[in-house]
Design a protein around this ligand. Structure first.
Ligand code: FAD
Ligand code: NAD
Length: 466
């Protein structure tokens, strides 16, 4: 079969690129090596982790927060298997939704591993070993990423696990040791802490969630510690081994002191690396960069004309919505349009409770670049809405240009930060000043009022409710 576009990989980058190409009149095929569509995000990433975060949060609230609201829960318990089954059902509904979208947009789906034969021909080998060859005028590589391995730790996928296995455990760990205090560490750590595990996070740096603004990281650390998670910062893991049901993790802190931890599971969450195995890139000479990512130009084209790449397999944040934006962008480039992506305006979120979210420059980045800025910060505990719900932790922090008042960065930790952050994205897309936002009516009582108040703080240091 011949197509205008062949997409390899059905994650959020690949399937969204396929849909947009089809909308723009192209004949499209998508290849997926697993027997379900949706990639990491749908199957072992965003969706299942959020399903378990939601279930565990309900339990946590029933156990810890309901009483304050006058609600008593006698004999409270949970059925972990049912939680995991529900999560599987949520994933399946998303798989089916994407399959429906492929049909609706008349995109041909091929299940099997895609590998280059020539620059316009891809062989698809399915699980039975059967091979089909398809041709594309343009090929899009959207093969995503996989968990980073530490060379000195063997992940056996039973006791020493990655995020993939952590989403399908058959029991709640007694003591979960997590290597890495990044986004996966804090999210999956939260799930199991809420369900009763002892959770110890061992982090190499002196802070958690290093991609976020330092003040947000500090507040998140404080709140998670208050919730009972344990953190060992500035501590380098040196090994992990399994004996029966026991995992031993060895580490060294910055003073050279040796540490030994014993648990029943160890989650290795030290980042992700681009995934290109099986693509046979050598056959066509597609170049990679120094970090093993497929090298692309501003149009997401590789060094081989007609072959493109996007999402986790190329440079930039490893986020589903970044991959999606690139999918739309690339399809429109292929259709001869002139789209744009503001990479600086791709928000990042940690779905802990409270949530943490950010867009634009962090304070440490502005300092490093020598940008003159002002900062406005407003704590949620000063808001009526936050008092009503009892979600008092956190703040909104606005960073604005000292010279022009233009908003340069928004950093939020607090209730519903994941949804609040879009106000920062819209403001920055339209290059709003802090005063522009401060003069807009925000509904009362809502968490959004903290955004307005932080803008008032940034623009003129004149909050109304503090
Ligand atoms: P992927 O989603 O990785 O999809 C790539 C697909 O390509 C896979 O299905 C793979 O099987 C297929 N493939 C690979 N090689 C071949 C081949 N040769 N032939 C055919 N098919 C192939 N991001 C967020 O924005 N929000 C979140 O809340 C979030 N939570 C996450 C939680 C976890 C636990 C993890 C691990 C990740 C999370 N992410 C989240 C990150 C997000 O999942 C990724 O950024 C996103 O999935 C990247 O999309 P992609 O399309 O580039 O690749
Ligand atoms: P990460 O890059 O967020 O964090 C990895 C952490 O591990 C860092 O803090 C790093 O300092 C630490 N680390 C590295 N080596 C170590 C060692 N030897 N010992 C101790 N600590 C060590 O990576 P992640 O948490 O694995 O997540 C992977 C990717 O998936 C991220 O890029 C993230 O964007 C994406 N993701 C996103 C979401 C979301 O958007 N909510 C959720 C989960 C994952």
């Amino acid at each position: 079969m011949k197509y205008n576009v062949v997409v390899i990989g059905s994650g959020p980058g690949g399937y969204i690129a396929a849909i947009r190409c089809a909308q723009l009149g192209m004949k499209v095929a998508i290849i997926e090596k697993y027997d379900v569509l949706g990639g990491t995000c749908t199957n072992v990433g965003c969706i299942p982790s959020k399903a378990l975060l939601d279930s565990s949060e309900h339990y946590h609230n029933a156990e810890k927060a309901f009483e304050e609201h006058g609600i008593t829960t006698k004999g409270l318990s949970f059925d972990f298997k049912k939680m995991v089954d529900r999560k599987n059902g949520v994933v399946k509904a998303n798989n089916d939704g994407i399959a429906f979208l492929m049909k609706k947009n008349k995109i041909d789906t091929y299940f099997g591993t895609g590998s280059f034969v020539t620059k316009n021909k891809v062989a698809v080998t399915n699980s039975k070993g059967e091979k089909t060859e398809i041709e594309g005028e343009k090929i899009i590589i959207a093969t995503g990423s996989k968990p980073t391995q530490l060379p000195f730790i063997k992940v056996d996928k039973k006791r020493i696990i990655t995020s993939t296995e952590a989403l399908t455990l058959s029991e709640v760990p007694k003591h979960l040791i997590i290597i890495g205090g990044g986004i996966i560490g804090v999210e999956l750590g939260s799930v199991y802490k809420r369900l009763g595990s002892k959770v110890t996070v061992v982090e190499f740096l002196d802070k958690i969630v290093p991609s976020m603004d330092d003040e947000v990281g500090k507040e998140l650390l404080r709140v998670l510690r208050k919730q009972g998670m344990e953190f060992m910062l500035s501590t380098k893991v040196t090994g992990a081994s399994v004996k029966g049901k026991e995992v031993t993790v060895t580490a060294e802190n910055k003073t050279g002191e040796k540490v030994e931890l014993k648990g029943d599971y160890c989650l290795v969450a030290v980042g992700r690396v681009p995934f290109t195995e099986g693509l046979n890139l050598e056959a066509v000479g597609v170049a990679k960069d120094e970090r093993g990512r497929i090298a692309v130009n501003d149009n997401l084209e590789t060094n081989v004309p007609g072959i493109y790449a996007l999402g986790d397999v190329v440079r930039g944040a490893m986020l589903a919505h970044k991959a999606e934006e690139e999918g739309v962008y690339l399809a429109e480039i292929l259709a001869g349009q002139k789209p744009h992506i503001h990479y600086n305006l791709i928000p990042g979120v940690a779905y802990t409770w409270p949530e943490a979210a950010s867009v634009g420059a962090t304070e440490q980045e502005l300092k490093q670049k020598g940008v003159a800025y002002k900062s406005g910060k407003f704590p949620f505990r000063a808001l009526g809405r936050a008092r009503a719900s009892g979600d008092l932790d956190g703040f909104v922090k606005i960073l604005a240009s000292k010279e022009t008042d233009e908003i340069l960065g928004v950093h939020i930790i607090g209730a519903r930060a994941a949804d609040l952050i879009i106000e920062g994205v819209v403001a920055m897309e339209y290059r709003a000043s802090a005063e522009d936002i401060a003069r807009m009516s925000h509904p009362h009582p809502t968490y959004t009022e903290a955004f307005k108040e932080a803008c008032l703080m940034a623009t003129e240091s004149r909050p109304l409710n503090m």
